[in-house]
Design a protein around this ligand. Structure first.
Ligand SMILES: O=P(O)(O)OC[C@H]1O[C@H](OP(=O)(O)OP(=O)(O)O)[C@H](O)[C@@H]1O
Ligand SMILES: Nc1nc2[nH]cnc2c(=O)[nH]1
Length: 182
């Protein structure tokens, strides 16, 4: 285990098994159609590349970078798109791929933006979900794991830009972020 982790929450094997299940479910749900898979950078990149290979219907890839400010329950909560899609979402079945849904601010703002562009459908897949932290309503169509309110890293998720390449998901030691040693 990485020295900065308190414990491993989800092993490589557990993640891979769940990703296979999600891929099979998505493949069945979209049978006969194709998907525009949208990766929300950077955190979702690992899940995105694993999930995409478990989806057996034709899939286009595209990428967005978003920053959220405030929370979605007040009018100051908004999402800034720092890198937009290259493709046109109109008339496409869009599947947004996220690493974690926390307050829900990002997706509660992003989903309507893609719907307003004329997407045929917009659904959401996430590997992690923290429902106890929710402030904005988000329907999660494909939910990997519900996790407690602890700060996790690995499998794409970072703290201060680090730990994204840990191949499993673990809880970061409080001493790491309390000491602000990074
Ligand atoms: O539900 P919310 O409270 O809106 O939080 C979830 C968002 O926060 C994280 O991104 P982050 O801004 O940390 O960027 P990163 O993916 O580049 O690490 C995560 O990837 C989601 O996009
Ligand atoms: N890395 C990381 N980012 C988050 N964003 C919201 N919750 C988390 C978390 O637990 N870990």
């Amino acid at each position: 285990m990485h020295k900065d982790l308190e414990k491993i929450l989800l092993t490589r094997e557990e993640i891979a098994a769940r990703v296979r299940e999600l891929g099979a479910q998505i493949t069945a749900d979209y049978e006969g159609r194709s998907i525009l898979l949208v990766c929300i950078l950077k955190g979702a990149v690992t899940f995105f590349s694993d999930l995409a290979r478990e989806i057996k219907v034709p899939a286009e890839f595209d990428f967005m970078v978003c920053s959220s400010y405030g929370d979605a329950t007040d009018s100051s909560g908004f999402v800034k798109i720092r890198k937009d899609l290259d493709s046109d979402a109109a008339n496409k079945d869009v599947l947004i791929v996220e690493d974690i849904i926390d307050t829900g601010t990002t997706l509660s703002r992003l989903k309507p933006i893609l719907e307003d562009r004329g997407a045929k459908s917009v659904k959401i897949a996430t590997i992690l979900n923290k429902p106890s932290r929710r402030k904005a309503n988000v329907t999660v169509d494909y939910n990997g794991f519900e996790i407690p309110d602890a700060f996790v890293v690995g499998y794409g998720l970072d703290y201060a830009g680090r730990y994204r390449n840990i191949p499993y998901i673990g809880i970061l030691k409080e001493s790491v972020y309390k000491a602000r040693i990074l």
